[in-house]
Design a protein around this ligand. Sequence first.
Ligand code: AMP
Length: 178
Amino acid sequence: MDAAQPDAAALVKSLIIDVPDFPKPGILFKDLTPVFQDPEGYAVLIEAFASRYRMLDVEVVVAIESRGFLIGAPLAQSLGLGLSLVRKHGKLPRKTHQARYALEYGEDHIEMHVDAVRPGQRVVVVDDLLATGGTAGAALSVLRAAQAEVVEVAFAVELSALGGRAALGAPVFSLLQF
Ligand code: AMP
């Protein structure tokens, strides 16, 4: 970690807005849109990830739809790497690996093109937030099918009480924990 990271985390944290009972009663939604709206907040968020993954010999950034794209795309550019997409079912036009998963509030189905990652490639998987780990766990399933080497799964925010980290069975990095 570089010395700037605690400040980066504090700035990003200050920009996140908690929205109670969205999208349904009992969910405390962490709204990251103000982070993306803030030029400095967005830049330090991406640099916090970039400074970490510059050191870890990553070959591909894999981003999870849709807020993961907002982190994964600038991160891939910053690292000089390509970006591979894990998308909701029905969005990708060619042959895919697929996995179903449960959300904190619902159920979904994701997929990734079979040629998005080559066997043995070292990837970092990126999403905005880790809750139960269902989404990222499904992404790990498709990456296992692709025989990728997952260096780490990275999140801006981790909701620690929901146990996603333990559920994933892969190294996890989060900039902020609640
Ligand atoms: P999970 O699969 O339970 O780890 O949920 C993670 C995904 O759902 C992430 O892509 C988040 O965008 C979204 N999500 C789940 N819970 C929340 C929450 N409390 N606040 C904001 N986003 C959430």
